[in-house]
Ligand binder design. Structure first.
Ligand SMILES: C[S@@+](CC[C@H](N)C(=O)[O-])C[C@H]1O[C@@H](n2cnc3c(N)ncnc32)[C@H](O)[C@@H]1O
Length: 276
């Protein structure tokens, strides 16, 4: 499930280069220097954009001395925002090489290459040698990774003692029907979701303490509804910038996610915990 060929079936990831057209449409031609905060409406693939990253900064008390790793860093939006706002160092690990390359180029344009290291690879293969992070952060990436035991063991081993994790992820609230399972596995590339209780149990079994779960379901449900409404309202403009094919792909993706939240069996969690 973690392999790149499968994940590319998810429409959100098919044309990541669309960010360049988006930036050009607001006056940032290719190679013009950028500020991370100026491009944050386009480079965050999770819910509630930089507001969610600010939550992480607050929960983890991130400061300039900290070394963080972001698992599944996408176009690098959260990593750049973290580094620009707090002065911390971020290792941004991303599975898909095209996303990783775009992330690198945007980070260079933001003059943040010394604070953000972009690595391309699978977290399950990430070398633990010498890894000693103050925190692991992740937004909507764990849902793609079926082997949660291996994933949580890896998170534990790359943290320093007392290090923290901050995860935003989907969870299961009720039994999914056939259609929901199809959307999850094909359109979201998600083949396994624990309930909140199961999530907590897995964290405890893998050595984490001080576990706090915050239910984000209502808030994310509103977000995905507003995202689709806004998209439909601005559809003509989107088609002008990206063409019909990309517009249709994105609309279909946004509709399917809303469908999942509307059914009530998909939930959202913000999870924080401490190593040992
Ligand atoms: C929904 S995106 C979120 C990206 C970024 N965190 C953000 O909020 O903008 C999830 C990302 O996780 C990446 N991913 C999935 N499985 C991964 C793995 N095993 N190792 C590293 N990255 C992974 C995907 O390629 C995708 O870019």
């Amino acid at each position: 499930m973690n392999n790149v060929k499968n994940i590319k079936r998810m429409k959100l990831y098919r044309h990541p280069e669309r960010i360049y057209s988006e930036l050009e449409s607001i006056g940032y031609k290719k190679d013009i220097p950028l500020k991370a905060a100026d491009i944050s409406s386009f480079d965050q693939y999770h819910y509630l954009g930089t507001e969610a990253v600010d939550d992480a900064i607050g929960c983890l008390n991130v400061c300039s001395k900290n070394k963080l790793i972001e698992i599944g860093s996408g176009l690098g939006g959260p990593a750049r925002y973290l580094a620009e706002k707090t002065g911390c160092h971020v290792t941004a690990l991303e599975l898909q090489s095209d996303l990783n390359q775009i992330a690198c180029s945007l980070t260079e344009r933001c003059n943040l290459s010394e604070s953000v290291d972009h690595l391309c690879g699978d977290i399950l293969d990430f070398s633990e040698q010498g890894a000693n992070f103050d925190a692991v952060v992740s937004w909507l990436s764990f849902l793609h990774i079926q082997d949660r035991v291996a994933l949580l063991k890896k998170c534990y081993s790359i943290l320093k003692p007392g290090g923290k994790i901050f995860i935003e992820d989907y969870c299961k609230r009720g039994e999914f029907g056939r259609q929901e399972l199809k959307i999850l596995s094909e359109d979201v590339q998600c083949s396994y979701l624990p309930t909140a209780e199961e999530y907590k149990g897995q964290l405890i079994e893998n050595g984490f303490t001080k576990i706090e779960l915050v239910d984000k379901t209502a808030c994310w449900s509103n977000f995905v509804k507003e995202r689709l409404d806004k998209f439909i309202k601005n559809r003509n403009c989107y088609v002008k910038i990206h063409g019909v094919e990309i517009a249709e792909e994105m609309e279909d993706f946004y509709k399917k996610i809303l469908q999942l939240f509307h059914k009530g069996n998909l939930g959202g969690l913000r999870i924080t915990a401490v190593k040992g």
